[in-house]
Design a protein around this ligand. Structure first.
Ligand code: PMP
Length: 462
């Protein structure tokens, strides 16, 4: 992509960098795809190509790639107080103002905000809080965490253990603890019995969860963690009524509901939080990514009053709450998050998502009948096409990921960046995308699918 093996950037990159989520050996010959600058929903690469960034980076640059107001907010904060922390009772105004704002916006009443820098750290904090909370309540056995196959919660040792994807476990010796349990993916197309409706499938998953918790022993289960819509697992929207069916099971067994809003938060699904769209009632929430439109790393965990009270009392008993990151609640992140939220409100970004999402979802589903497409799915401004050798059987290819990668390459060659997640091809554009740009993003999809289909046949994948 970068001018062949002799280009300077190619040589320097392969010499100096180990890339995340990359085949390091293949990368030596393929080389880097170097992005140089951004503007709105577009980025420009080192070959001068203008690319429509259909993934908002990594599901995160909600306001696109060049917002002057965010840049100015960062500059101003760097000039006033470039760094401080919240340890030992120190404070600074942006951290408090942002916490107040997040409490105001939360989908259900939340009491306290705790800051980190990344989504993984937020979810690690969630687990430590769940354990601390149950110790505070004198329930030292209540520690297991239920996650879901294909759920994505991060890559730190514990958050990667929660993540239910093979690449995040294989050869990392994960999951690290048998306190982590994975239950079924709520994916109707693939998981439902023949003839089972979405509502019946949701009810079955809830009954299975109930039986699972009973079998483990409810006194040993601390929390259930879920994204409202699974993102990095392939944009999997749960069946109708799923969280409504799950919530009473969790309440019955006094199990916390950890809502991972790292992707869904801040408008992505057409509400401020995915919990509202998908009918989830969280006891705590992880936020990151679009919190700052990704301009500065920042994540936040919101906890309800019951958890906050127990955690605060325990910190008093022990002497302090022994958890916190050097960069947790960094003033730059807080200042940019405050400005991001102000812009989301002033420009009514949630209203905009609701307005353009029907077109986005229609253009995606226009391709549901293509012979290579197994399923087209999504909600709000996130969606995916999954390629499959047999739609009716929800079949997977013998070599998973190969056809998806080809589709991604075909789209890129036509000027659109999406993300191949195995054999699902995801779209999650900046939320500021216009209807014209949505048309532009989907315009090359038919030709890309046709080219991929011809290639897949020639390669013997079909
Ligand atoms: N949770 C979810 C739902 C995510 O999508 C991600 C990142 N894609 C994370 C957690 C981890 O966030 P980070 O990469 O910032 O650690």
């Amino acid at each position: 992509m970068d001018g062949g093996p002799l280009s300077n950037m190619h040589a320097r990159d392969v010499e100096a960098l180990l890339h995340p989520y990359t085949n390091a050996v293949a990368h030596r010959s393929v080389g880097p795809h170097t992005i140089e600058r951004g503007e709105g929903v577009y980025v420009y690469d080192s070959e001068g190509r203008k690319l429509l960034e259909g993934m908002a980076g990594l599901w995160c640059a909600g306001l696109g790639f060049h917002d002057e107001e965010l840049i100015e907010a960062a500059r101003e904060q760097l000039g006033r107080l470039p760094y401080y922390h919240l340890f030992a009772g120190r404070s600074f105004e942006p951290a408090v103002e942002l916490a107040e704002k997040l409490k105001e916006l939360a989908p259900v009443p939340m009491s306290k905000i705790f800051y980190q820098s990344s989504g993984s750290e937020a979810n690690d904090t969630q687990i430590k809080m769940a354990w601390y909370y149950n110790n505070a309540l004198g329930r030292p056995e209540k520690k297991k965490i239920i996650s879901r196959v294909k759920g994505y919660h991060g890559v730190t040792v514990f958050s990667a253990s929660l993540t239910g994807l093979p690449y995040n476990h294989k050869d990392f010796d994960l999951p690290v603890s048998d306190r982590v349990k994975h239950v079924a993916t709520p994916h109707h197309w693939r998981g439902a019995h023949p003839g089972e409706t979405e509502a019946e499938f949701a009810a079955r998953l809830a009954a299975d969860l109930d039986a699972f918790i009973e079998a483990e022993g409810p006194e040993t289960v601390a929390a259930f963690i879920a994204e409202p819509v699974m993102g990095a697992g392939g944009v999997i929207v749960p069946p109708e009524g799923y969280f409504e069916a799950i919530m009473p099971v969790l309440r019955k067994h006094d199990v916390l509901m950890i809502d991972d809003e790292v992707i869904c938060g801040f408008g992505r699904t057409g509400n401020w939080f995915g919990a509202t769209t998908l009918g989830m009632t969280p006891t705590s929430i992880s936020m990151a990514k679009q919190l700052t439109s990704a301009y500065v790393p920042l994540s936040a965990v919101a906890i309800n009053a019951e958890m906050a009270e127990a955690i605060e009392q325990n910190s008093h008993k022990i002497g302090l709450f022994g958890h916190g990151f050097t960069y947790g609640g960094h003033p730059l992140g807080c200042a940019v998050a405050i400005k991001t939220i102000e812009i989301y409100q002033r420009r009514d970004i949630v209203g905009h998502v609701r307005k353009v999402a029907p077109l986005f979802q229609k253009r995606l589903r226009d391709h549901a009948g293509h012979p290579l497409v197994g399923e087209a799915r999504g909600v709000g401004l996130m969606g995916a096409l999954e390629v499959s050798p047999d739609r009716e059987k929800a079949a997977t290819f013998a070599q998973p990921g190969k056809v998806g990668a080809k589709l991604s390459a075909e789209m890129l060659s036509r000027g659109v960046i999406g993300r191949a997640i195995g054999d699902s091809f995801a779209f999650c554009p900046p939320m500021v995308i216009t209807e014209e740009q949505i048309e532009e993003m989907f315009a090359p999809l038919e030709a890309s699918l046709d080219a991929t289909l011809a290639w897949a046949k020639a390669e013997g994948c079909l």
